[in-house]
Design a protein around this ligand. Sequence first.
Ligand SMILES: [Zn+2]
Length: 607
Amino acid sequence: MAYQALYRVWRPQRFDDMIGQEVITRTLKNAITTNQISHAYLFAGPRGTGKTSAAKIFAKAINCHHQQDGEPCNECETCKAITAGTLNDVIEIDAASNNGVEEIRDIRDKVKYAPTVADYKVYIIDEVHMLSTGAFNALLKTLEEPPANVIFILATTEPHKIPATIISRVQRFDFKRIAASDSYHRMTYILDQKHVTYDEQAIKVIAKAAEGGMRDALSILDQALSFGDNEITLDNALLVTGSVTHELLATYVQQVLAGDTKAGLATLQSVLEAGKDAERFTEDIISYARDLLLYQQAPKLVEEAEMGSVSEDFQALADKTPATTMYAMINELNAIQQQMRFTTHPDVYLEILTIKLAEIGRTQGASAVASPPAAPAGGPVQTPATADTVTALQHQVDQLKVAVQQLEQAPVAKPAARPAAKPRVNATHTQEVNLAKINPVLGAATREKLNQLQQVWPDLLNSLTVTQRAVMKVSQPVAAADSGVIVAFDYSFLYQKATTDQELTDALENGLDRMVGTALPIVFVPKDQWPEIRKNYLTAHKSELKPHTEPQPVADGTGPSSTAPTTDAGAPVAAPNETGPQPPQANPVVTKAEELFGKNIVDIKTD
Ligand SMILES: [Zn+2]
């Protein structure tokens, strides 16, 4: 006999076999025993929480002549036929594959006929939110004039997508996520029945990874079973779920909370090298940090969720870490998690994350450990508002620091520049950019030099330490001359980090010395400010950039440039397309820009 998936074999056949939905099963059994059955039900809830199982049990119970206390007998012909899916009067429709109006029209035609064998005709429409508007309208017509002895059970993971007109005509049940402990007990029960040996820790890992879905839990269990020889080991469970051991997680969180960037990055490295999934790891840290936070307020809850006790490491961390630090960490984790969805290089984001978390640990964790514990169990509750306020204040202090630095560095810097060339960058997000170092490089920059630097850049980064590489991974040279190189950063946070790290600058310059023969001075800029800086330089030096030769055609990519606004500083480079098609004409700024940075990147917009 072919192997049958656990979730099929162990699909509940009675309401009492269902896990974690006691309120719903009691209500449904009660409706059956008191014969108060509705014409239409909506079973809403996350995947794998028992919606279709409940629907089938319900279909059996109302049709079974040996029904007892609202439970089907599972022995009679009707029950058996429904379990096997061979009873014509119980019709299962997957709206995800049958979403046409025709299918529902078909129901409307056939619904008029009385059930052939059973007492009730039952339509189970799974993923009902997938129906088209037309199909919903057809369904609504049927629900408005329900024929006798016909029952609709609509199941969905996304009830908000169902029209209100439908919702108002159904009796709604919301299925809960299944608690990890419930899922744990169900799995150990099944394994005991199957005489499979297992490591309890392994089952806990699977229960947590399934995130409230019983079907997912059993599918993961199936995979773990296929790995081992009739036993479930912790290693296999970790492998199948892509989870990180509790110990490794604890180590990582301890390291970043202690502000030890280097150790944190090393641990991260070993996690990734072991083939762990970056998103899974982020998820694991989030749940670990949440547990720490929760443990401070309600230790019992966490112990229950952990199905027993928590480790000493965990307790120690929870005791000494202020809630504000935890909130700051979780905010950071959530932000990174969002960004990771859109990248093909999640590893890079994890490294950035590690640096940021260690920064939080350094600035908040350490100082606060010396002060009285922030939120002893049962003590005053730290609200998220407090954490937000602290973060906001921290942000303001940082901005002020930057503003002061700017004033110190360039007190009379730009009065000579024409007003139009003044940076339009908003003061609040301007960081100290060293124009005194940037402009000379721009003045002498060549495309050739930039090409050379871009070629050696990956090798240069490889020569750095793990920590340094993590900072530099999102950087790239954007302009180069024999007198220096300008390097842009995707994240202003990393830009700041790099600017204040003399060791890093030394390492980069020494590396360049080895690779290109000169220790070129390196200047950093945040990428979001780079187009503005470059444009300001080019427009301010326009007179020096006049081409000696005849006008050349403007490059592709830049679009036709306009004749009128060339005297208006910034217009040609900033918004070449603004005035619509115009006769092509060489623009000294554009030409010079192409010369410096290549044709394909000249049309970068300023905003
Ligand atoms: Zn029966």
